[in-house]
Design a protein around this ligand. Structure first.
Ligand code: SAH
Length: 608
């Protein structure tokens, strides 16, 4: 790392080792003198073409003085020692080949990709090892890193122009790194121009751009608040549980947020790569258990927005379907806070779809009603017209918050004349790896639900199309339908393969982010997919995390990973084929899971 351009450097010795030092110095633009009684031909040539000064004689004591840097590479230890002594006596840096005791610096092995240099050194103890490591890195680091380091330099300049405080700068750098480096595979890519803009964040937040310009930049990139300092609250629907069912717009808002206020049921869809600067506020909300009262949630959103923040209020399913989203928006509106609504996939339709139940079907079900029995019964408010619903044989009835209210709802429907043989189902944690389904004729559904022990969140579906579930349930047939697998991000082709196999994935960036931990904690992780020992080590701390129980299976794609996982005490370690996608992995995992008698395939009680 020394700047050697035009610096006078001395190389003592005339063999191959000396030649390599000379070449290295010339590459750095140094002015090189070589002292050697019998220099090899290549050195003679360099002297002949005027590239070095060559003194064909032994080293003279004291001669090292007057150089900026000295190398000794003769095969006489005495000469080397003399040169080293002379240099050190004058405070000149000296390196003696293969003799660390005589060195004031060592030469590292080096991999170069443009301006990027990777240095491997062993404090002179094992140069051979450093060289081999260099060769390994040479193979692992592709040529794209040269472009990447230039892009990083441009990004740095752009960030510095924003004049942010150091912590914010670092978090933008974190974003650049996360977006452009595949840490598991050691690949890099240059982010596209729009991606870079996105990473740099809203122009209005960082530069004193006029308000009009900030307004013009609104749109897909996150609608900017009308006034420069007012924040924005995006009420975002998280969908029913499967993280893939969050909308693209919702995801974009999350990635651009300063703060996220989320319900526990929605935690699973947080982007795991969410930057550390994004404040995460979990406001609970589970059936029968509201740790943060509704008014406080609204007040929190108002307060954050008044600080000029972009706030995402993340709610399960669709925010306006039995989620009290309307109340929250009224509160924002009254407080004069700019807001927007990003609808979500509501549980009633998606959960039914994942369980093989079409909510409408030609000639069979031409109306769908979604109800929540719960509130009506509890509050004495407007009541569900069970009598009208019972009289409609060509309709599907979807009941949210359905566990506690199911017996009363069924009793009311039957009393109003509903056919007791109408097909019905209750689905718990639909669309997720923890999905369980109970199907039965409506009259028997309540008792079967109790028998199976279903609990919230769950909903019931009653209607003629439920009978199609036997044929249309695509999901519980998937070999990995009950698996919630953690793996190092980005999951790439492997992730797709696992997802097509039915697994729910949690992609963990390294180092693991707070958002990723929140996602892990949203539900039980059944397994972790590990490429190599380094990944096993990198995820070691996460084994303490919420959601990651002692039963987590280590699915190892290499011997190396398997050995490390066993050594670290994973209770079950399975070596499975990695490499090219093609279903072999999924098959092997399904077979191993079956062999270990682990329940595989969604829980299903079909008692029709
Ligand atoms: N706004 C949400 C519903 C909130 S009410 C939406 O549009 O989906 C919460 C109820 O939704 C739960 O009690 C349950 O009945 C239902 N629900 C939400 N997620 C569910 C899931 N994954 N599986 C089954 N029911 C679910």
């Amino acid at each position: 790392m020394l700047e050697l351009r035009a610096q006078r450097c001395l190389v003592v010795g005339g063999g191959g080792v000396a030649l390599r030092k000379v070449e290295g110095l010339l590459a750095e633009g140094a002015v090189v003198t070589v002292v050697a009684p019998e220099p090899m031909a290549a050195l003679e040539e360099l002297a002949g073409s005027g590239q070095i000064l060559l003194e064909r004689r032994p080293y003279r004591p004291g001669e090292a003085a007057g150089f900026a840097l000295v190398f000794a590479a003769t095969d006489e230890r005495e000469t080397n020692r003399q040169a080293s002594h002379d240099a050190r006596a004058r405070g000149i840096w000296v390196n003696v080949a293969d003799d660390p005791d005589l060195c004031s610096f060592q030469l590292p092995a080096r991999v170069r990709r443009g301006a990027l240099q990777l240095i491997v050194a062993s404090a002179g103890k094992a140069p051979f090892a450093a060289r081999r490591l260099r060769q390994l890195l040479e193979r692992r680091f592709g040529p794209e890193w040269a472009e990447w380091i230039e892009a990083a330099a441009r990004f740095r300049r752009a960030v510095r122009r924003l004049g942010l405080p150091p912590a914010e700068r670092e978090s933008l750098y974190d974003g650049f790194f996360a977006a452009s480096v595949d840490e598991a595979r050691l690949c890099a890519r240059v982010p596209t121009a729009p991606e870079q803009d996105e990473l740099l964040g809203p122009p209005a937040a960082a530069t004193p751009a006029p308000a009009a310009a900030a307004g013009a930049a609104a749109g897909e990139r996150g609608a900017r608040a009308p006034s420069a300092d007012a924040g924005l609250v995006s009420l975002v629907g998280a969908g029913p549980g499967d993280p893939g069912l969050l909308t693209l717009r919702g995801r974009r808002r999350l990635l651009a947020a300063d703060a996220v206020v989320y319900d526990r049921l929605a935690a699973g869809v947080l982007p795991t790569e969410l930057a550390a600067r994004v404040a995460l506020h979990c406001v609970g909300k589970e059936a029968g258990h509201h740790p943060v009262p509704q008014e406080e949630i609204s007040a929190l959103c108002v307060r954050l927005a008044r600080q000029g923040k972009r706030v995402v209020r993340l709610k399960g399913g669709d925010p306006y379907v039995f989620g009290r989203g309307g109340e929250e928006v009224l509160a924002l509106s009254e407080a004069g806070i700019p807001f927007e609504v990003v609808p979500g996939v509501t549980a009633g339709f998606a959960v039914a779809g994942y369980a093989g139940i079409p909510v409408t079907h030609r000639r069979e079900a031409v109306r769908v009603t979604i109800v929540t029995a719960h509130e009506a019964v509890k509050s004495g408010g407007p009541q569900v017209r069970w009598d009208l619903l019972a009289a409609d044989p060509h309709a599907t009835l979807v009941g949210y918050m359905g566990v506690a209210s199911l017996p009363a709802a069924v009793a009311a429907l039957l009393a109003a004349g509903l056919d007791p043989d109408t097909p019905a189902a209750m689905i718990e944690r639909g669309t997720t790896a923890a999905q369980r389904v109970v199907r039965a004729a409506v009259a028997r559904l309540p008792e079967e639900v109790v028998r199976a022990g279903l609990g919230p969140p769950a909903l019931f579906v009653i209607g003629p199309t439920v009978r199609h579930a036997a044929a249309m349930d695509w999901r519980s047939r998937l070999p990995l339908a009950s698996e919630r697998l953690a793996l190092v991000a980005p999951a790439g082709a492997l992730g797709l393969e696992l997802e097509l196999g039915g697994a729910e994935l949690v992609e963990l960036p390294l180092p693991v982010t707070a958002a990723a931990r929140a996602v892990l904690g949203a539900s039980t992780v059944t397994g972790v997919v590990l490429h190599d020992a380094a990944e096993v080590d990198a995820l070691e701390e996460e084994r303490e995390a919420q959601g990651w129980g002692p039963g987590v299976v280590a699915w190892c794609l290499s011997e190396d990973a398997a050995q490390r996982a066993s050594a670290l005490g994973y209770r079950r370690v399975e070596l499975v084929p990695g490499g090219a996608p093609g279903g072999r992995l999924v098959e092997a995992m399904a077979a191993a899971a079956a062999a270990a008698n682990v329940e595989c395939g969604t829980g299903m009680w079909n008692v029709e």
